[in-house]
Design a protein around this ligand. Structure first.
Ligand SMILES: Cc1cc2nc3c(=O)[nH]c(=O)nc-3n(C[C@H](O)[C@H](O)[C@H](O)COP(=O)(O)OP(=O)(O)OC[C@H]3O[C@@H](n4cnc5c(N)ncnc54)[C@H](O)[C@@H]3O)c2cc1C
Length: 469
């Protein structure tokens, strides 16, 4: 029987996520191999002990923390098994840290494209289970677009492999099964433990520059983003934004970059190119567009060297970790960060921003940080609730916006998932027969309900309350 670690000093680290949320669990498993995962899952089945898989607990919905039972950390299963350079795919274990995996692939001369901001703090297994995406998803899509095969140990203790069909045509049963890996992408540990992952790789971009542009207001920044994404001319790999509150966070770190005093929004974009003439062609497209939408044209920064690009990248990416640090502080006074994850078609963004202005009054002076994937119609609004009461207010605003996003053709969760925080939003997204079908799938693969209870669906036993209310 596999040993469950119960030493409080060891398990404490596995009981907290990036938001500072804490769970309640009996112990920890740290398998070194798939055979050990099978053993541990079967032990939990026989003992009726719930089991929550963990990557590096960077989830922002409480999905990785364990409300009861045991945690199963995949951190020791972190090997790259194979990189096939010619056929452009890799096979890896789930616990590999994403940045380590991306580096191994780059050393082989290729790229694994998905790039969540948390690349150094998350695992590929966690990315699969949350369908992680990132700033370059604008060009390259999300994790779901790159996964082609998985091995899974389900809640019955069975191990099996699923592979996406690669024939041009297919018509064998329900369309959702043609790419069966997609059943497990976004499953948040509720169907089983992913023990092996096969992903597609692509060519490394030859060159790229990064631009940052400042705007007087959100409307001009959205208009700029809309125009840059209209038609194939620009093909930015990424278009991200920071609002005025985020600009105040990065100002002290901006070293050498003059952020105009009355700038209210910054857009960070990445443009890939082949040779110098293509670079010039892109710059000749971007400069007039920037000039058209902002009076701060002269403050625009274009970075080409790795050092300058990293500085701008770090500036943009400094904000999410600051927001999470604010969350950890707020938890001490009964609060927490509540962040929206809705996404809408790009041309509906104006409507969502205007709607927020209509409904924001109850937030009072709560800190609101808005940043993220503007080019993909996916900005995150982060409410730093200082008390339990403020958490309820922020959650209500989040629900209203999620509902509006669905009405505008979007979704309630663009990349963070449902976790233990947003169960009620699932019903905003899907009709009840579809939620029923998802539950039936869970029931087939995990009839005892031991896999990640409380994630996606409310815990039927009532032991795990939804997290923020
Ligand atoms: C600063 C910061 C920035 C972030 N930026 C982004 C971003 O740009 N884009 C984005 O999409 N997300 C982002 N995130 C959220 C987070 O990093 C992602 O959700 C990530 O995919 C979680 O990976 P993890 O390894 O930490 O998984 P964990 O947080 O440990 O787990 C997440 C979920 O996956 C399940 N799980 C983990 N491993 C397995 C496995 N092997 N088998 C089955 N289930 C498993 C867990 O049970 C849980 O439900 C950010 C987080 C932080 C802290």
């Amino acid at each position: 029987m596999p040993e469950m670690i119960t030493d409080p000093e060891i398990i404490a680290a596995y009981n907290e996520d990036a938001l500072g949320l804490k769970g309640k669990f009996e112990g920890l498993f740290r398998p070194n191999s798939e055979a050990e995962v099978i053993d541990m899952v079967r032990t939990c089945i026989s003992r009726k002990l719930p089991l929550t898989a963990q990557g590096l607990r960077s989830s922002l919905t409480g999905a990785a923390i364990c409300g009861k039972g045991a945690a199963l950390s995949l951190e020791r299963m972190n090997r790259v098994i194979h990189i096939d350079v010619e056929r452009k795919f890799a096979v890896v274990e789930p616990g590999i840290v994403l940045s380590d995996f991306k580096k191994s692939v780059e050393e082989a001369g290729l790229m694994y494209a998905p790039d969540p901001t948390s690349a150094e703090e998350c695992t590929l297994g966690g990315n699969v289970a949350t369908n992680a995406s990132g700033s370059r998803s604008l060009k390259y899509g999300a994790t779901i677009d790159w996964v082609r095969g998985l091995r899974v140990v389900d809640g019955r203790g069975r191990v099996f492999e699923v592979k996406n069909g690669i024939s041009e045509k297919m018509c064998a049963g329900y369309g959702a099964m043609y790419r069966p890996t997609q059943l497990f992408v976004g499953s948040e540990g509720t169907l089983g433990v992913v023990t092996r992952i096969e992903v597609s790789l692509t060519e490394l971009p030859a060159n790229g520059f990064v631009g940052i542009v400042f705007f007087r207001d959100l409307k001009s920044a959205v208009d700029f983003t809309l125009e840059a994404n209209h038609g194939p001319a620009y093909k930015a790999a990424s278009m991200e934004f920071l609002d005025h509150a985020c600009l105040e966070i990065i100002r002290p770190k901006a070293k050498g970059i003059a952020i105009p005093a009355d700038a209210r929004v910054m857009i960070y974009f990445e443009q890939e190119y082949g040779d110098e003439s293509e670079k010039d062609r892109f710059l000749n497209l971007w400069f007039p567009l920037i000039e058209k939408h902002t009076p701060f044209f002269d403050d625009t920064q274009i970075a080409d060297s790795p050092k300058e690009k990293k500085h701008l990248y770090d500036l943009r990416h400094h904000v999410p970790s600051t927001a999470n640090e604010e969350s950890i502080k707020a938890i001490k006074t009964g609060g927490c960060k509540i962040s929206t994850d809705w996404a809408v078609p790009l041309n509906r963004l104006h409507q969502l921003f205007a709607y927020f202005d209509e409904i924001r009054r109850p937030l009072g002076d709560m800190m609101v940080l808005r940043f993220g994937h503007l080019g993909s119609g996916h900005p995150h609004f982060n409410f730093i609730a200082r008390t339990g009461e403020e958490k309820i207010i922020a959650s209500e605003i989040d629900d209203l916006m999620a509902k509006k996003a669905v009405a505008l053709g979007g979704c309630v969760a663009g990349e963070h998932g449902i976790g233990k925080m947003k169960h009620r939003q699932l019903a905003l997204q899907y009709p009840s027969p579809i939620i029923g079908a998802m539950r039936a799938l869970k029931n087939e693969l995990d009839p005892a309900g031991i896999m990640a209870p409380g994630n996606i669906f409310m815990d039927d036993t009532g032991d795990i309350a939804p997290l923020q209310l």
